[in-house]
Design a protein around this ligand. Structure first.
Ligand SMILES: Nc1ncnc2c1ncn2[C@@H]1O[C@H](COP(=O)(O)OP(=O)(O)OP(=O)(O)O)[C@@H](O)[C@H]1O
Ligand SMILES: [Mg+2]
Length: 323
């Protein structure tokens, strides 16, 4: 590759403007970093310090043992930076296996971080242990991809919420836990709340289970909510209700939300910023309007082209003259 400052030969196309950090300036402030990531600039830029910030997160998983050979290592996440601000939703999108849940699990410190740094309100909390870890889990909560698996089927809602309230030191004793659980159920619009307290998870619909997952996360009174595919298991008619609830909780509880999803359409509607992951890397990021309405990375374009889009289909049918 030629030096950025060598003069252009006659007829040679103009090189993109390049600064000393190796970033290539594109039009309208869009920048391509030296790793090839397209950065439109986040809507949180200039908002001050984030509630939770990750710098250079890396996750290696060890492969299975193969006889006498050394176990191979698989890098599932390859240096992800992100920041979550209170009162805002950031979407993390990408195809299956791109590393979204692994990023979420590292942010929640459910799995060890191989490399990188986590900052909570500016304090380094990477791989926190003991009391520091307990304090961290009070402030950063995650709802898991599969609410069927994450709610223990042998316990009633009253026990599930009461236990979360007790663990996080928010209520003690049966009466206090029941009163606090009722408040949590109201927050997630399960009405009348008393009706839900004594049910088992299998007696709830998928949407109700997801609401219980949110209620359990709220029991800790967190600042950060990591919502891993909260609607992927749900009927399309229920999805909007649950995403509206996530949006409402983000504002009413002033939460910094990471919304992990395959669905670019809902990321456009419900998030302020979007990060697109591909093979363990963030390849494009910016405000959700910029990334989804004006995608610049080849992979984001492919992801959008693969997404079902009834309007685009109708337009194509009209162009082809189909009925
Ligand atoms: N515990 C583990 N051990 C080994 N490999 C793992 C482990 N967890 C995840 N992986 C691998 O890491 C990669 C990323 O997985 P991850 O679950 O983060 O993807 P994802 O983007 O959340 O996918 P999906 O959209 O299907 O939920 C995958 O190749 C997966 O097989
Ligand atoms: Mg996942």
């Amino acid at each position: 590759m030629s030096e950025p400052n060598t003069p252009r030969a006659p007829g040679e196309p103009r090189k993109p403007e390049q600064d000393i950090t190796g970033q290539v300036a594109r039009e309208n402030g869009v920048v391509e970093t030296e790793t090839g990531m397209i950065d439109h600039g986040l809507s949180t830029d200039g908002l001050g310090s984030p509630a939770l910030e990750a710098r250079g997160l890396v996750k290696d998983f060890r492969g299975p043992r193969q006889g006498f050979l050394r176990r191979s290592t698989f890098r599932a996440v390859k240096g992800v930076d992100l920041s979550l601000h209170r009162g805002r939703i950031t979407a993390l999108v990408g195809q299956s296996g791109s590393g979204k849940s692994t990023v979420g699990r590292m942010l929640a410190q459910l799995i060890p971080i191989t490399e990188g740094t986590l900052l909570l309100d500016g304090t380094d909390v990477t791989n926190a242990k003991g009391n520091a870890f307990r304090r961290y889990t009070n402030r950063v909560q995650m709802t898991l991809q599969d609410p069927f698996a994450s709610l223990n089927p042998v316990h009633r809602v009253s026990y599930i919420l009461g236990r979360a309230l007790t663990i996080h030191g928010k209520a003690k004793g049966t009466e206090a836990c029941e009163a606090a659980s009722i408040e949590l159920l109201k927050k997630v619009n399960l009405n009348p709340p008393e009706r839900y307290l004594h049910r088992f998870p299998h007696e709830l619909s998928g949407g109700e289970r997801q609401r219980i997952s949110f209620a359990r996360a709220l029991a800790a009174e967190p600042e950060v909510l990591l919502a891993d595919e909260p609607v992927s298991m749900l009927d399309v008619t229920i999805r909007k209700e649950i995403l509206d609830l996530m949006d409402h909780l983000c504002s009413s509880e002033n939460l910094a939300v990471l919304y992990i999803t395959h669905d670019l359409g809902s990321a456009r509607t419900y998030s302020d910023d979007t990060l697109v992951m591909y093979h363990g890397e963030v390849v494009e990021r910016g405000s959700s309007a910029q990334v989804i309405d004006d995608p610049r990375h080849e992979y984001t374009r492919r992801l959008l082209a693969a997404a079902p889009n009834p309007r685009r289909r109708r337009e194509e049918q009209t162009r082809r003259g189909d009925a």
